[in-house]
Design a protein around this ligand. Structure first.
Ligand code: PBG
Length: 327
């Protein structure tokens, strides 16, 4: 090859059809998982101020959203629960009548083509908003493991396909795997939030899930943003403990991490485009500063191009619609 003028990269960019044909990355709604916040009660559909387009929903209001997502080809939904009652051990997290088990069962019945995920963490269920049992002023790692395992089993009992621990306790994947297997749920998969950074991008989520810590922060268990070798270590440990899918979170500011993890393992890699990533795009679009639909698709394309096979995103339904509409 001799370069210009023989080589002209512009030849393959001349028309939409040519560009589509040579695209190296394609977005498929089947890769998307939509996060949903489930509350107790009936007929509850409460707008989340910091996440325009998203609501806290009672189970009966989750069902129509699930049906819409399914009809658009969205791959799945992940549930976060806001319980009626919080206490210092987060005991509502494994209540079989809690919002998450009920949502899982309802969606399995009404939208059977969706993969149903359940987030496993105690922060929405504890009165202090921490992800586990607090002793002194730290989250006690080993005392938290059996509680996470109980919650995971409750979601598996309700019919979850995938349980996704987001707490960042050491050893929780192994503890959950063992508890699931003991309960007969050998076929329920674990997606570990293996690489979860202590990120300021979670701000809007903590309003949506009512899970902001009452004191302190999560930096003694979530990862420090500068680190990527440590990400590989977390992933290796979770694979050894039996993770079926590994996740990187947030997504957009950590594309290099997604790419490293993709190279490291053969498992599917998920990435979570978190609440702050979503809300920043929505806010700028509302002001007319950016083209919201194009930035949405470009941000998702970047995450998939970096190596994510699965994307958890608040844009799941909007992006599926933008990509082609009802099937
Ligand atoms: C913890 C959890 C959080 C998110 C997902 N699971 C919050 C946190 O760690 O504080 C954040 C997701 C988002 O920002 O969209 N249960």
């Amino acid at each position: 090859m001799t370069g210009f003028p023989i080589e002209r990269p512009r030849r393959l960019r001349r028309s939409p059809a040519l560009r589509r044909q040579v695209a190296e990355t394609r977005l498929d709604p089947a890769a998307f998982v939509l996060p949903v916040f489930v509350v107790p009660g009936e007929g509850v559909l409460r707008e989340i101020a910091s996440m325009p387009g998203h609501q806290q929903r009672s189970v009966d209001e989750v069902v129509p959203l699930a049906e819409e997502a399914e009809s658009l080809g969205v791959g799945g939904m992940i549930f976060f629960g806001i319980p009626a009652r919080k206490d210092d051990r987060g005991t509502s997290a494994w209540d079989p009548e809690g919002p998450v088990p009920r949502a899982i069962a309802a969606v399995k019945r009404h939208a059977p083509d969706l993969v149903v995920w359940a987030d496993v963490c105690l922060c929405e269920y504890t009165s202090h908003g921490h992800c586990g049992v607090v002793v002194g002023d730290v989250v006690d790692n080993d005392a938290t493991l059996p509680l996470l395992a109980k919650a995971a089993v409750a979601y598996a009992d309700a019919g979850a396909d995938v349980v996704a621990p987001s707490d960042m306790m050491d050893g929780r994947v192994g503890a959950i795997r063992e508890a699931l297997d003991d309960a007969g749920h050998t076929d329920v998969a674990i997606c570990s939030y293996s690489v979860k950074y202590a990120s300021a991008f979670y701000g809007p989520f903590r309003d949506a899930a009512e899970s902001a810590p009452a004191f302190g922060d999560r930096r003694t268990h979530q990862m420090d943003p500068p680190n990527v070798r440590e990400a590989r270590r977390e992933v290796r440990l979770d694979v050894l403990e039996g993770a079926d899918i590994v996740m990187v979170k947030p997504a957009g500011p950590y594309l290099d991490v997604i790419s490293e993890v993709r190279d490291l393992v053969d498992l599917p890699v998920a990435a979570y485009q978190v609440s702050g990533e979503y809300s920043m795009i929505r806010a700028a679009a509302e002001r007319g500063w950016i083209d919201g639909d194009r930035v949405m698709l470009e941000s998702l394309t970047g995450i998939v191009r970096a190596g994510a096979d699965i994307v958890l995103t608040y844009f799941a339904v909007d992006a599926a619609r933008a990509l082609g509409g009802d099937r």
